[in-house]
Design a protein around this ligand. Structure first.
Ligand SMILES: [Zn+2]
Ligand SMILES: [Zn+2]
Length: 336
């Protein structure tokens, strides 16, 4: 991989463009993509039926398999598209990149290429019209609405300026971009339906609908970072930004809900202050580093973190993350 980009994520050469200051959402007209609305509606209904089948009729290997594919797809999004490719918070060997690319295809959230481009815009223009998931437009828009309407002109304009040179130079990400339709179909839907039917004689209906539940759960987990974690929670690191520490998104995304921390220190591979606690992606990256598959893990230093908390954090109430961090520090001090 190319060296770390010199500018922090969201790298956009936008001199001369209108300055967007959060929270901001100008008047706009929506063009609804109706086939997308219908597809998502069907998939949500199918996923509810899938949950019903999982809790009443599915064989136990199907339940275990469903959980495994959920965690794999979450890893593809969180440890892969987000922390590795969007933020370059660590480096990964080719085998690990291949694994994460396939996991991202299980999640079937478009392609890593588009994911990274949108996410860099999100960090650069958080909660403004340059942010694809602009939370200033409300919960529904930032959660799922943005995927069902035309892109805002500011997103289109500024999206062309995002520096994606590292992504263009990555053959694994570009392979997925080129073949995303069949990769997403095979990894995200055909194989997860076929495997339970072939190996333990699960019925088509149960295997198919259980997988729909897994897909929709992972999708809404990702969406909730853009909606819930930009609206509800605490801001112990920077009270001047909307992204917040949100326990619900922490639980639904395997550890991405420490969002005030993440937007304050986007280069930190942990995307949170608590290490592996409630943060499956951090455990995974740490484990891969032990195996030599991940390296150059970037972290914010304790000093910088404390200084930033003092300077911009809301200290009126400590979150569970901060409390956990303090307890860990006390343990380390008493062990010394
Ligand atoms: Zn965010
Ligand atoms: Zn991010």
């Amino acid at each position: 991989m190319a060296p770390y980009l010199t500018v922090s994520t969201g790298m956009v050469a936008d001199e001369g463009l209108k300055k967007l200051v959060a929270p901001q959402a100008g008047p706009r007209e929506y063009q609804v993509t109706w086939h997308r609305v219908l597809l998502l509606t069907y998939q949500h209904i199918a996923s509810i039926y899938g949950l019903h089948l999982l809790t009443t009729r599915a064989a136990w290997p199907t339940i275990v398999f469903n959980m495994v594919t959920f965690y794999l797809s979450s890893l593809g999004v969180c440890a892969g598209a987000h922390r590795l490719w969007s933020h370059r918070s660590y480096k990964a060997t080719r085998p690990l990149q291949m694994f994460l690319m396939l996991c991202h295809s299980i999640a079937s959230q478009h392609s890593i290429f588009i994911w990274v481009k949108d996410h860099r815009l999100h960090h650069r223009y958080s909660d403004t019209d340059g942010d694809p998931y602009n939370a200033s437009r409300g919960f529904v828009y930032s959660h799922i609405g943005w995927t069902c309407v035309n892109r805002h002109p500011e997103v289109q304009k500024r999206g062309k300026l995002v520096d994606l040179s590292d992504i263009f130079a990555n053959p694994i990400v570009m392979f997925q971009k080129q073949h995303k339709e069949w990769l997403n179909m095979v990894m995200g839907f055909i194989l997860p339906t076929f495997i339970p039917m072939y190996f333990w004689n699960e019925t088509f209906s149960i295997a198919f609908h259980a997988n729909q539940f897994r897909y929709i759960l992972c999708l809404n987990g990702t969406f909730s970072i853009n909606s819930l974690a930009h609206m509800f929670g605490t801001q112990p690191y920077d009270k001047n930004i909307a992204p917040s520490q949100n326990i619900i998104t922490t639980l639904t995304t395997c550890g991405e809900g420490f969002h005030n921390y993440h937007h304050t220190f986007p280069f930190d591979y942990k995307a949170g202050e608590v290490g592996s606690f409630l943060n499956f992606s951090t455990s995974f990256i740490y484990f891969c580093a032990k195996l030599g598959l991940a390296y150059d893990l970037r972290e914010v230093s304790k000093d910088v973190l404390e200084q930033r908390m003092t300077r911009t954090g809301d200290r009126s109430k400590d979150t569970y993350g901060v409390q956990f961090m303090r307890k860990q520090e006390m343990k380390e001090e008493s062990a010394d």
